[in-house]
Ligand binder design. Structure first.
Ligand SMILES: [Fe+2]
Length: 440
């Protein structure tokens, strides 16, 4: 083999392994419950699990089998059922969906064909397949649905069906803030092969000096906010946030309940006392914003978050991840549903950024105070429905991924967005604040 064909051979193998890994997780999440539970809608916010399953297969068929492979459709008749834009989640249970056995057979058949396409396609033929992009897009899509399905599991009632070892314990104390120097840095990417259109292009952003929490806000700090009457004091809330807090009756993170003098939470069917040094999770943007105001701080902007995560002051360049350019390993971050909870603060010293900011990647998605827009020079790729149709909508950004996010769908540049009232997702936050020049 020439060096070039060897490279392509390796790329096919790693891509096939990534597809396999995503499917293994989908299988765990869908085999864990019986057919009745697969069909049931566990929350109006979520699809029935069996919808996610066939939708994953349908997207794979559309992009890899039909578009990349130029093959005949397997099930054109079901395209509309699994078009996320056509049917909001609350309406999906009423659709004539494939049953569990049919859905499993369908995704299996699609996968066989997709792997055959991967074997035969020329990976330099057009931009959609350069560096295996279309395959990477489908890997990420399935992994993103695996995180969504994990969130559905968290909303499901009944005994525990998912099992995982506890996350690692604290290894170093992490407290206080880190000062991020002012000046330009490179945000976004031109070089990540599987980066999505909204992460591109790389561009320079000038960010004024700011301070950011060295770790995500913990449960015990959040409980202080509650104990101090934070949910009853409109001073800390934005106008919209306060209206929402009253209307929705918010008084603690989702899944928290009173337990004597303290708090307990129910996670994946198990109820246990809230662990104080774990990052808080299942809060909406408005709750994060109120906590930050109560603490005398604010949420970081998206550019501030990314600078804290990627900027290396020694070289002036932006890293792929806080720890450097190497892909994430279990040493760096709590990703990939290896554990079914965030790890306590200080559990991942090897994942810290050069400036000493911890746990930016993994554990909990972090709300940042920015809306969703394309970067300067944004171009749609490969389709407007991936990102562009959401630009300017009622969204706030989330960065860094959670314990439920796979490494394939989590980079220093990866951007997630959701409505500011959402909290069924694995969302937490950390605070930032302005610094005066003499603080430098
Ligand atoms: Fe999807």
């Amino acid at each position: 083999m020439t060096q070039d064909s060897e490279h392509r051979h390796d790329m096919r193998l790693t891509t096939a392994a990534q597809l396999e890994r995503a499917r293994a997780r989908t299988t765990v999440l869908t085999d864990a419950v019986d057919d009745a539970d697969l069909i049931r809608q566990h929350s109006p916010l979520m699809s029935p699990l069996v919808w996610d399953l066939a939708h994953v297969g349908n997207q794979e068929e559309l992009w890899l089998v039909r578009d990349v492979g130029g093959r005949e459709p397997l099930r054109q008749d079901i395209d509309k059922l699994y078009d996320a834009f056509r049917h909001p989640r609350r309406d999906r249970p009423a659709l004539p969906l494939l049953g569990p056995a049919e859905a499993r057979a369908y995704v299996h058949e699609v996968r066989d064909k997709a792997l055959d396409v991967l074997d035969r396609v020329r990976l330099d033929e057009r931009r959609l397949v350069a560096d295996g992009f279309a395959f990477g897009m489908i890997v990420q899509h399935e992994q993103q649905h695996d995180e969504t399905m994990l969130a559905t599991h968290q909303l499901r009632n009944g005994p525990a069906v998912l099992h995982a070892p506890a996350p690692p314990q604290t290894r170093v104390p992490v407290t206080g803030e880190v000062l991020v120097p002012g000046g330009p840095f490179t945000m976004g990417t031109d070089t990540e092969a599987w980066a999505l259109d909204n992460e591109r292009p790389a561009h320079t952003v000038d960010v004024a000096a700011f301070a950011i929490d060295a770790a995500p806000v913990t449960n015990s700090r959040y409980a202080e906010f509650i104990a101090d009457g934070g949910y009853d004091d409109p001073r800390w809330w934005s106008e919209r946030g306060w209206t929402h807090r009253q209307k929705a009756g918010l008084d603690a993170p989702l899944h928290w309940h009173r337990d004597g003098d303290g708090w307990a939470y129910t996670r994946f069917g198990r109820t246990e006392p809230v662990i104080g040094d774990e990052p808080v999770v299942h809060v909406c943007f408005f709750e994060a914003q109120a906590y930050a105001a109560w603490a005398g701080k604010r949420l970081p902007t998206e550019a501030e978050w990314e600078k804290a995560a990627r900027f290396d002051p020694a070289t002036g360049r932006s890293r792929r991840y806080p720890w450097g350019d190497d892909d994430p390993t279990p040493r760096h971050a709590n990703l990939g549903q290896r554990h079914l909870a965030p790890a306590p603060v200080g559990a991942y010293p090897d994942g810290a950024s050069p400036l000493g900011v911890h746990q930016l990647i993994g554990d909990v998605w972090e709300w940042v105070d920015s809306g969703f827009h394309g970067y300067p020079g944004f171009t749609v790729f490969p389709y407007a429905e991936y990102s562009q149709v959401f630009f300017g909508g009622d969204y706030r950004m989330l960065r860094g991924g959670s314990f439920g996010t796979d490494a394939a769908a989590c980079r220093g540049t990866f951007r997630n967005w959701d409505h500011p009232i959402r909290r069924q997702i694995f969302s937490g936050f950390r605070c930032a604040r302005d610094v005066t020049p003499d603080a430098l």
